[in-house]
Design a protein around this ligand. Structure first.
Ligand code: G3P
Length: 218
């Protein structure tokens, strides 16, 4: 499974990119609203930091504007992927942009049938939201599994990009079921990495190393 980062915060992207674990990034209007600066400049900077697909979301809700805005955003950098909602307008714009050779990530996807339509329209990625199901007491991972299984049985040229990730367990379970990608908030990356026994073990190793050095110098 490939790991993308789900944020527009450049400092967070630089930090996690320095770990050498990132294959891409995703943003959305909410994430962009949390950072200052020109939207296109932010996308350019993310493309400089992350050498992989960078999803930029179109905000329009009519097909012609979705297409023109998608074409404009795609021209920023070859790594830009256009994010469109899994709606009838989004499907029409996706098929038009895909015919133009522009990669699309269909987002706000919640069911296997929505994902099947997205792939059939020519989307390169589909983003099933996991956490927003959990937020309403439903089984987000179960819905993701339905999509992963349907795609495994089909010959879609479309990657499953697990999104709305809330916890390290979401990441682990997405990997275990065979999702192609998970897009992960910075906070969850840190939660994935930290373990108290690792920290404890480093302290002990350092103490023992220091004790040996002090004996040697005695
Ligand atoms: O960016 C798409 C998705 O990851 C957003 O997730 O946390 O707003 O449900 P969230």
């Amino acid at each position: 499974m490939k790991l993308y980062i789900d944020t527009a915060n450049l400092a967070d992207i630089e930090e996690i990119a320095s770990w050498g674990v990132l294959s891409g990034a995703t943003t959305n209007p909410t994430l962009l609203s949390q950072v200052e600066g020109d939207e296109d400049d932010i996308y350019r900077r993310i493309c400089e930091i992350v050498d992989g697909p960078v999803s930029a979301e179109v905000v329009a809700d009519d097909v012609p504007t979705m297409i023109s805005e998608g074409q404009r955003l795609a021209a920023i950098d070859p790594r830009i992927v256009i994010k469109l909602p899994t709606t009838r307008e989004g499907l029409s714009a996706t098929s038009a942009l895909a015919r133009d050779g522009i990669r699309v990530n269909m987002t706000l996807c919640f069911t296997a049938n929505q994902a099947i339509l997205a792939a059939s329209a020519g989307a390169s990625f589909v983003s099933p939201f996991v956490g927003r199901y959990d937020d309403i007491n439903e089984d987000g991972l179960g819905h993701l599994l339905e999509i992963v299984e349907a795609f495994a049985a089909s010959d879609f040229d479309c990657e499953v990009l697990a999104a709305s990730i809330r916890t390290p367990v979401h990441v682990m379970e997405a990997a275990r079921m065979g999702s192609d990608i998970a897009t992960i908030p910075p906070k969850v990356f840190h939660q994935m990495l930290h373990h108290p026994l690792t920290a404890q073990g480093i302290d002990k190793f350092n103490e023992d190393h220091a004790a040996r050095l002090s004996r040697k110098d005695a």
